[in-house]
Design a protein. Structure first.
Length: 384
């Protein structure tokens, strides 16, 4: 058994497969949905609260900015979360199956080289790549593989200067877009403002998307070596480029999903079997550390109990409640919020059902920080 990992900023695909003489057969697939954006937001909120306390006329607080050190290889919490959760799931799969090797994909483009920018000249402009980077692949991902001007997809796309070089435009990636051949020829060397003078909304959208930051790419770039070192310490690990994964997937005629990309990572002869239904594990967290609830003015209005479990259940458990009579008659499946009174709330896919007695509740799975669902390959899913 072998494991393929397709790391990403928002989602990571993990595939378990058997490999014999270059032939891979998919056995199990997991799509791991990260919560790095939520962690980053919480860290910014915490920093804002601390900054306010230091500048306000509150009790004296000794400065602490000189005694903080970061160890070598330190990652921000939102980035460390991606590495830790991926390692956790690879470790689980290695315990459940006799995994002997891991294949992990490197990112498809170098954000530093792309951000600096190098001139596109001659054949390099025709090929749509910069020396040492995969700019074309980055632009296809940035513009969702559709023409920036007409929205067509499934047609040949060219790299196009939003502001032409004849009008002073640069070769930086923020001035590049992808366009179909008719739109590229129609725009010619005109400015985008002249070309889209009758479509102000589309013009605003294109200019905003062209200057979008490389945040997701930078997150994947920052964690790729940390993830490789951590995986290599656990199992023998091979790394390959995203371009090879794309070529393998296209050669095997597979749709683009995170889990199928993980199945196609590395040196591959052919894929003879895939997993039809993949597990989606969304990082939901383990609650909050706060011990109070506040009103709209920020003053505490109630205290949270120190005890987590009531009647054998704790908030976040996946349960099924069968209510025989009353206004809430029926079967309710979802995440439970426990109360010391024994009257629980259950959040289902259709909303929150309040006031369910604990006697009607049966445990399906203990809360472990993830929200689970399944999806068919190539089909969107929604977490419970």
């Amino acid at each position: 058994m072998e494991v393929g990992v397709d790391p990403g900023s928002k989602h990571t695909g993990i595939a378990v497969f058997t490999a014999v003489a270059g032939e891979r057969r998919g056995r199990y697939s997991v799509q791991l949905d990260h919560r790095g954006a939520q962690i980053r937001k919480k860290m910014e909120q915490r920093a804002a609260h601390r900054r306010r306390r230091r500048t306000s006329k509150l009790r004296y607080r000794a400065p602490r900015f000189l005694n903080r050190t970061r160890p070598e290889g330190w990652l921000a919490p939102s980035l460390h979360h991606r590495v830790a959760t991926t390692m956790s799931w690879v470790g689980r799969l290695a315990r459940w199956a006799p995994v002997r090797v891991v294949h992990v994909e490197r990112v498809a483009f170098d954000t530093h080289a792309i951000s600096v920018g190098e001139p596109l000249e001659g054949a390099e402009y025709q090929h749509g790549t910069l020396h040492g980077t995969e700019v074309r692949e980055y632009l296809l991902a940035k513009w969702d593989r559709v023409c920036a001007y007409c929205g067509k997809q499934g047609v040949p796309l060219n790299i196009e200067h939003i502001r032409p070089r004849s009008c002073g435009g640069s070769d930086r990636v923020s001035n590049l877009a992808i366009a179909c051949i008719p739109c590229n020829q129609a725009k010619s060397n005109r400015t985008v403002e002249d070309f889209l003078k009758g479509k102000p909304q589309l013009l605003t959208k294109i200019l905003a998307q062209a200057k979008a930051p490389l945040r997701n790419a930078a997150a994947a770039q920052s964690t790729r070596w940390s993830l490789w070192r951590a995986l290599d310490a656990m199992l023998p690990t091979h790394t390959d480029s995203g371009g090879r994964t794309k070529w393998n997937r296209g050669r095997c005629g597979l749709p683009k999903t995170h889990t199928l990309d993980a199945l196609c990572v590395g040196k591959l002869g052919t894929v003879t079997e895939i997993v039809i239904t993949a597990l989606v594990a969304g990082c939901a967290g383990r609650g909050t550390h706060t011990r109070t609830r506040t009103d709209k003015h920020g003053f505490p209005r109630l205290r949270m109990p120190r005890q987590k479990q009531f009647f054998g259940y704790q908030t976040g458990d996946l349960v099924r409640a069968v209510v025989p009579t009353g206004k809430k008659t029926g079967v309710h499946t979802g995440r439970v919020a426990v109360r010391a009174t024994g009257s629980f709330n259950i959040t289902t896919a259709h909303g929150t059902v309040q006031g369910i007695r604990y006697k009607h509740v049966r445990l399906l799975q203990r809360a472990d920080g993830y929200a689970y669902t399944t999806k068919r390959e190539g089909v969107a899913s929604s977490l419970v």
